[in-house]
Design a protein around this ligand. Structure first.
Ligand SMILES: NC(=O)c1ccc[n+]([C@@H]2O[C@H](COP(=O)([O-])OP(=O)(O)OC[C@H]3O[C@@H](n4cnc5c(N)ncnc54)[C@H](OP(=O)(O)O)[C@@H]3O)[C@@H](O)[C@H]2O)c1
Ligand SMILES: *[C@@H]1O[C@H](CO)[C@@H](O)[C@H](O)[C@H]1NC(C)=O
Ligand SMILES: *[C@@H]1O[C@H](CO)[C@@H](O)[C@H](O)[C@H]1NC(C)=O
Ligand SMILES: *[C@@H]1O[C@H](CO)[C@@H](O)[C@H](O)[C@H]1NC(C)=O
Length: 285
């Protein structure tokens, strides 16, 4: 069998770049997408030197444009929807332009990419689709309304799709990273309003959360190399995370993410236990 082919989006930096290089080291083939090859020249050079190829694709392109780029690749065994960013701001003040851009990048772009990859995966009766989400979808902090919404939309669609494509032997994995030391916070600072412009009535908690995010840049506990290792293993059924393949719909990366998700799921169970009676009280006699 020839080497598996991966399409990984958002490889100019961070988790996407590290994963692309990890996959190439394993001898698999990689098509990596960046928004702008000139701007991402350093990453493009690393990927090409390691034997990968690079295409230009912005997640905000039209469905038709994304579709033709993805279908031109032909066989895809692993699609990793990794490209994404976060805007941090008080929900009340987010503009239509910023809201649209957040959803286009983190939800519609990955959706169109995946739609375009599915016909070939169905024809070959195999494939794995990985959507990189965030712990923010399961435990949304203040200031993260639109980012959490974009990732939660991605997760809900993923869970529905998983059931649709299971009969075609196509697997779905949602990756839930905690804080990883990438360009994420610096990109977030560029996409978000200056925290000093947050209205005083939202300074606590929104301003506080934004300031806290900005101070973790470069100090996040998550190592992208190790995160990429676990993603590779959970996709290919090898190594330390190999036993999770097919057994989990969510791959949780980072003890910070694990703790937050555990707490939020315990809160959910507690809230359900408070209202078994009231919930059941609304049926016809
Ligand atoms: N690092 C964390 O703490 C963390 C936590 C939870 C989830 N995540 C998720 O992990 C994924 C990877 O992020 P990262 O941490 O590796 O951050 P990163 O270093 O900022 O990388 C993000 C990548 O996405 C690309 N991108 C952004 N907007 C795009 C667009 N409109 N079209 C195409 N590509 C676009 C960026 O390209 P440019 O260089 O062109 O901007 C970059 O290559 C994201 O989905 C993020 O939401 C990260
Ligand atoms: C790509 O990036 C280069 C260098 O930053 C910039 O000069 C150029 O205008 C960008 N191209 C597009 C299409 O945005
Ligand atoms: C990935 O996200 C898209 C939405 O952007 C969704 O339609 C799809 O079901 C998800 N796919 C998988 C396999 O997780
Ligand atoms: C994972 O799934 C495989 C079969 O798909 C099974 O043999 C194995 O015991 C499962 N592992 C765990 C930890 O559930």
């Amino acid at each position: 069998m020839s080497a598996p082919v991966w399409l990984i989006t958002g490889t100019s930096n961070g988790l996407g770049l590290v994963l692309a290089l990890r996959v190439l080291r394993a001898g698999h083939r990689v098509v990596a997408s960046v928004r702008n090859k000139t701007k991402a020249a350093a990453a493009v050079q690393q990927i090409e030197q390691a034997g990968g190829s690079v295409i230009e694709m912005d997640m905000t392109e039209s469905q038709a444009s994304i579709s033709s780029k993805v279908q031109a690749i032909g066989r895809i065994d692993y699609l990793v929807n990794n490209a994404g960013y976060s805007i941090l701001a008080p929900c009340e003040t987010i503009t239509e332009k910023d809201a649209t851009l957040q959803l286009a990048t983190n939800f519609f772009g990955p959706l169109y990419t995946l739609q375009a990859a599915l016909p070939a995966m169905r024809a070959q009766r195999s494939g794995t689709i990985v959507n990189v989400s965030s712990v923010a979808a399961q435990d949304p902090l203040p200031a993260c309304s639109l980012y959490s919404a974009s990732k939660a939309a991605l997760e809900a669609a993923s869970e529905s799709l998983a059931k649709e494509v299971a009969p075609h032997n196509i697997r779905v994995l949602i990756v839930e990273p905690g804080n990883f030391r990438t360009n994420f916070v610096s990109a977030l600072a560029q996409a978000s309003p200056d925290p000093t412009t947050v209205p005083p009535h939202y300074d606590d908690p929104v301003g506080n959360v934004i300031r806290k995010f900005l101070t973790v840049h470069g100090k996040q506990m998550g190592d992208p190399e190790k995160g990429a290792d676990r993603i590779f293993e959970a996709c290919t059924g090898t190594g330390m995370a190999g036993h999770l393949t097919g057994n989990v719909s969510r791959l949780v990366l980072g003890s910070d993410a694990h703790t937050r998700m555990k707490k939020s799921s315990e809160k959910f169970v507690h809230e359900l236990s408070l209202q078994e009676e009231t919930a059941a009280s609304t049926a016809f006699e």
